[in-house]
Design a protein around this ligand. Structure first.
Ligand code: HEM
Length: 282
């Protein structure tokens, strides 16, 4: 099942950088934090930095998911696992960022919140693209289609192409697992029982299906890391604005709590219950 990674060459940079600041474009990078508040003691710099750092990590995650897709499409499951692990670790880092942000109290936030206007993390097109890349799609027509703006191309690209999970299932089909042709048929439970049965066979005999098993568990690790990030976000929001609505127009904490139920890999999750169905579970 695993194929060698081909085409790895060592490209020479066309023009080597002259210095660290030049290589990293530090002058441009460090000019990008522009607080709207005029108060010097405001925590807005912290707020902007934490968001920008998060967006930079999101950028890396999308890059890694792109690579994971290429690996899965070439049946290189273990190579894809490496990419997925990196994404998981990045989300672990992002979960730690809330500790820094939570040094900002509600009173601190109040000093500059009005300057945000309607700006909200819900407009983070990179975060939305990560959801699309992994396989979550809004049930209704996506909001960005009605509101063209930054990130439109990125969102369209990730929304229309098969997700990482679709690619994983396609790799199973190519490897001879009895995956039914066509789109998954998910019932009200959100699970395609035919795909779940295939995974059930894998999870009952992990040694015989090690690479598939390992990849499925890596996907689960990543989903959990994103859920934990979401959870820390909800708690940070609650302690900062309580039950106030968000600047993006949702109910705030109430809305964010519903996102904790979003799942990317329904059959990989479902298999945890069916493993016990023959009565052998403890
Ligand atoms: C004190 C700090 C923060 C507060 C009070 C806050 C508040 C909120 C609220 C209320 C929402 C729901 C949408 C709305 O009505 O606005 C939201 C969504 C979101 N926020 Fe934050 N947020 C904070 C920090 C952050 C940070 C640092 C990030 C990192 C990028 C972030 C990313 C997001 C994302 C991606 C969503 C969309 C979640 C989804 O739809 O699943 N937020 N935020």
């Amino acid at each position: 099942m695993t194929k060698p990674i081909s085409g790895r060459t060592l490209p020479c940079p066309v023009q080597p950088a002259r210095s660290y600041p030049e290589y990293l474009a530090l002058d441009r990078l460090l000019a990008l934090q522009v607080p709207h508040s005029t108060s010097v003691e405001s925590d807005e710099l912290l707020f902007i930095l934490v968001h920008q750092v998060s967006e930079l990590w999101f950028k890396l995650v999308l890059h890694e998911l792109d690579q994971a897709i290429a690996d899965l499409d070439h049946d290189r499951l273990l190579a894809a696992c490496k990419r997925l692990s990196r994404c998981e670790i990045v989300f672990g880092q992002l979960s730690g960022i809330w500790q820094v942000l939570e040094t900002m109290t509600p009173s601190d936030y109040r000093l500059f919140r009005s300057g945000l206007g309607q700006a909200s993390g819900s407009q983070s097109f990179q975060f939305r693209a990560i959801e699309y890349a992994l396989g979550y799609r809004e049930p209704a027509s996506p909001a960005w289609q009605a509101a063209p703006g930054a990130g439109q191309d990125l969102l369209a690209r990730w929304h229309t192409r098969p997700s990482v999970y679709d690619r994983f299932i396609a790799a199973l089909a190519r490897a001879g697992y009895p995956i039914p042709a066509g789109e998954p048929e998910r019932t009200a439970t959100g699970v395609d029982s035919r795909i779940r049965e295939v995974l059930d066979g894998v999870y009952r005999n992990p040694e015989q299906h090690w690479e598939v098993y390992e990849t499925a568990e890596k996907l689960m690790d990543l989903e959990e890391a994103i859920q934990l990030w979401r959870f820390r976000h909800v708690r940070a929001v609650e302690r900062t604005i309580g039950d106030l609505p968000g600047t993006g127009g949702t109910s705030g904490v109430g809305f964010l709590e519903t996102t904790l139920r979003r799942r990317f890999f329904p059959e990989i999750l479902a298999v945890r219950s069916t493993l016990y169905e023959d009565g052998n579970g403890q």
